[in-house]
Design a binder for this molecule. Sequence first.
Ligand code: CUA
Length: 480
Amino acid sequence: MNNIEDILVTRLVETYFISYTYSVVYLFTHQTTISLYLVKHILSGITRCIQFLSAFTGVFFLGGCNLDTRMSTFVTKGPVAETQYDLFMLTVWVTLGIFIAVGGAFAFAIIKFRERPNDDRPMPSQGHGNPLVEIGLIGASILLLVIIAVPTLQGIWYTHDTPEDPESFMGAWYSGEELAEEEAENPLIVKVIGYQWWWAFEYPQLGITTANEMVIPAGKVVHLELRSFDVIHSFWLPRIAGKVDLIPGRTNSMWIQAGDNFLRWKEKQGVAGPKEESPALRADYAAYLEEEIHNYYYGQCAEYCGDSHARMHFRATVVDNEEFAEWVIDERTGHGTPDGKTWDDWYADYADNPDSLTGDLNEGLKLFMGRAKCATCHVVKGNPRALGVAGPNLTNVGSRMSIAAGWLNHRIEEDGSIDLKKQYDNFYKWIKETDVVKPGNRMWKAGGGGIGELIDENGEPALLTEDEIHKLSLYLQSLK
Ligand code: CUA
């Protein structure tokens, strides 16, 4: 649905500019002394056609007019996106002014000085150069550039310089344990690493790593360190902030914040000054975070990075402080074995008597560790032998609302829960047709092309069977 709206908006803008261009060309051909009867009529036909289409598209556009889409930069949910939006609008107004002034002067001249029937006005005197006009126009251009450039530079620094906000210091809001003391006066730090074509999110202060779906607290400054494993990617979370590139060999930084902090929120409410503080005001602020900010946000790699660039999405789940602390504990704890054995016992059975490990989940785990080779590239926290780091960390992958870097979704938009049938289908599809879902990815495959070749017990190249994919999907779905 969002896509259709996006397409309609794009088409409407295109149609507008094409109509404008054709109108100018039409007027121009109208006033020339050369007879352009044919061209004129073709153009007027096209113009009429376009006018009709504009009206047609306009009806659709107005009917479904909604700027509040999930990738919208017009409905901002945080100070960085808001600053970028303001800058965008400033640029729009300046360029709109130029467009109207230049287009208007052009149209005026064409209409006013066009040749009329039996026109016997003399040819106007031909001048060349007018220092006042030329210098004036140069001056106006420079002025307009400065009006755009100064806030642009300020905006770049603003995005880069993580603010020192005491309410965002970890010590002020993080209720979990085991926080190193020097971290109490730092904001939450997330290391974002771009891979072809997925995202790793590391939380160095908390000792956890997740993939493709980051979790951040509402209303708090989060400092991001952006790096790339391979080629240039770009971090873009439109409603909250964007875009900053992830460049191989260097670390870029930016900050994001979902929602305003208490001070900024108070200012917007007209309750100025840092001193106004009351439990009722705090409760209103908490309600604002809960109702307007606490949500699931869509992001996307915004720099072309190879085959599956368009499928390199990510998500940010914005939670409250308690939910964040719970999430950290879940991520740290990770997963046990399917039937509650210790991992040592499970691995002893796996080595000596694998047939004693029965049931779909045990079968799935055996495949995960063995034939399907998942553990060579994926970490599953808790499992002492699932330690691969070439692919996304799969701890709690069953709790995520999407897989394959946001390309396969199973979130029910109405209530934010997981559609379990869809989730199973997505895991199944991803394992079965990984190259269809995400061309060029490095999963193990039969016939090569990925990180290595899948083989059967005889050493022959062999795809996973339907039954094996079924069990693996069930096992992955159980990781929550
Ligand atoms: Cu990563 Cu485009």
